[in-house]
Design a protein around this ligand. Structure first.
Ligand code: F6P
Length: 539
């Protein structure tokens, strides 16, 4: 992080720190309008933050000092900005809807391949939806099971739930991710082999969990249907970058939907990884989602920093993480359809910016990626909001809502949105001791019923939850996270931190199943392995 520019942020924060959000609003009747932005169907009201013109100016200075505009261009034009893996980062190419667009990696335009895979996905999704693609025994596909984990699971799960109003209800989607056999077993209980399509989603096609689940699913299917290879051909497709492994597994490359090493797992929803979603909502709606992404992409690439929604969100996040010591932030969608959105964002943010080494390989001297968490409103209000309102941690929160509902029953939606707006009001303005007394609270209860307020929130509003607004929302957070990575000077697109656990799990597995293990771990791990083996009679 540029220290000179950061010093200016610290100075601006020091000068404004004692002014509360309440005072900021009292001093400026135009504050809400001043700190509201619109892009790609979304409105961001960020007025309920601990910011004034000087703080924002210093924050924009920080972005400029990091050459953010140049870095954005590098990403969009296929530069190998994922240096530790020597890869371009081009999820934006996946949703570039300009038919004339060209994007080059190593001198090759990737757009023809992007369009070809999309077309292949569309034809296949249509065939499954219409019944043209049938199972081994001639039955229509009624169950679609995506087998994948991490980025090959969370995006499709989140979006399939989010876009349920657009789904073909006669096809049911399932997602199996955990290597815990319970996940697969409980899914298999609900489906019929002759009506099931398994989608094996794995960028590498070597991930332990996914391959274990895929092999067990294949064994189950062959046991149920017979026919071995020919049954597998009708009931299994693969989404991957690794054709050799796909073929080794027994899936014909004709039934493989490709993507490329320049698509990060956690950014892969708009790639072939979205096939299960496309089967659910149809290629047209999938295309609308890509359009939504694209609109936000164009906004991010072209809007000046001061009017740039992902940049503003990123800078506010940096303000709280680095100047106020906030360790986490909450994402609180007031829409049941977005129930898995916080979990999806968790991987996107924490796997991207959970880094402690700068691009020069030196330890960072400041806080980087925050802990992201959340639940849909209003449920969270009856669970963890108490801590946000009156606890000792500062937890900035993004409230996400829609003016219209897909399920217009009575006054549910007005109540839902009233809660969203009221929460941001309560968090910002609190309740003083005087107000408590005026409400007749007994003196001994006043300290407990006083709300300090001054809790920062962003409110993100769209007219309704559609494929388009969902795409734009995902792109908004992707670019927010990118911006933070640029400013923190860290590599956001690798994930070496998950490797060690994978390697050690393989070693431990050997010791769990060996006839005579030679336990060479630490005393704790040795004892745990020995205990496990004893319970299973393997001692
Ligand atoms: O957990 C690490 C990770 O590599 C993620 O980045 C990725 O999304 C996930 O595993 C799944 O990987 P794959 O798609 O290769 O199976």
């Amino acid at each position: 992080m540029n220290q000179e520019a950061w010093k200016k942020v610290e100075d601006a924060v020091a000068a404004s720190k004692t002014t509360t959000i309440k005072q900021l609003f009292a001093a400026d009747p135009d504050r809400a309008a001043k700190y509201t932005l619109s892009a790609a169907g979304w409105t961001l009201d960020y007025s309920k933050n601990r910011i004034d013109a000087d703080v924002m100016k210093a924050l924009f200075g920080l972005a400029k000092a990091a050459n953010l505009k140049d870095e954005i261009e590098k990403m969009f034009t296929g530069a190998k900005i994922n240096r530790t893996e020597n890869r371009a980062v081009l999820h934006t190419a996946l949703r570039n809807c300009d038919p004339a667009a060209q994007v080059f990696v190593d001198g090759k335009d990737v757009m023809p391949d992007v369009r070809a895979v999309l077309a292949k996905m569309g034809a296949f999704a249509d065939a499954v939806r219409s019944g043209a693609h049938r199972g081994f025994t001639g039955k229509r596909i009624k169950y679609v099971v995506n087998i994948g984990i991490g980025g090959s699971d969370l995006g499709p799960v989140m979006a399939t739930l989010a876009l349920a109003p657009y789904s073909k209800r006669s096809i049911r989607n399932y997602f199996v991710s955990n290597v815990d056999s319970t996940h697969l077993a409980e899914t298999l209980r609900e489906i019929k082999a002759d009506q099931t399509l398994f989608i094996v989603a794995s960028k590498t096609f070597t991930t332990q969990e996914t391959m274990t689940n895929a092999m067990s699913a294949r064994d189950w299917l062959v046991k149920e249907l017979g026919g071995s290879g020919s049954a597998v051909a009708k009931h299994f497709v693969a989404l991957s970058t690794n054709e050799a492994e796909v073929v080794k597994f027994g899936i014909d490359p004709a039934n493989m939907f490709a993507f490329w090493d320049w698509v990060g797992g956690r950014y892969s929803l708009p790639s072939a990884i979205g096939l299960s979603l496309m089967i659910s909502i149809g290629p047209k709606n999938f295309g609308k989602m890509l359009k939504g992404y694209w609109k936000m992409d164009k906004h991010f690439r072209t809007a000046r920093l001061e009017k740039n929604m992902p940049v503003v969100l990123a800078l506010l996040g940096i303000l709280y993480a680095n100047a106020y010591g906030a360790e986490s932030y909450a994402v609180l969608p007031y829409d049941q359809y977005l129930s898995r959105f916080p979990a999806y964002l968790q991987q996107m943010d924490m796997e991207s910016n959970g880094k402690s080494v700068t691009k020069d390989g030196k330890p960072v001297a400041y806080t980087t990626g925050p802990i992201e968490w959340g639940e849909p409103g209003t449920n969270g209000q009856h669970s963890f909001y108490q801590l946000i309102h009156q606890g000792t941690h500062l937890i900035p929160a993004d409230f996400i809502g829609f003016c219209k509902t897909h399920n217009d029953i009575g006054d549910h939606h007005d109540k839902l949105m009233a809660n969203l707006f009221a929460q941001t009001e309560a968090l910002a303005f609190g309740k003083t001791a005087e107000q408590c007394r005026a409400d007749g609270d007994p003196e001994e209860l006043v300290p407990f019923k006083t709300f300090e307020g001054n809790r920062p929130t962003n409110t993100l509003l769209a007219d309704d939850l559609t494929p388009e607004t969902l795409g734009a929302l995902v792109a908004l957070y992707e670019h927010k996270i990118f911006t933070q990575g640029v400013i923190w000077n860290i590599y956001s697109f690798d994930q070496w931190g998950v490797q060690l656990g994978k390697v050690l799990a393989k070693n431990v597995l050997k010791d769990l199943v060996a006839e005579k293990p030679d336990l060479k771990h630490d005393s704790s791990t040795n004892a745990l392995i020995a205990h496990y083996r004893k319970v299973l009679g393997r001692a």
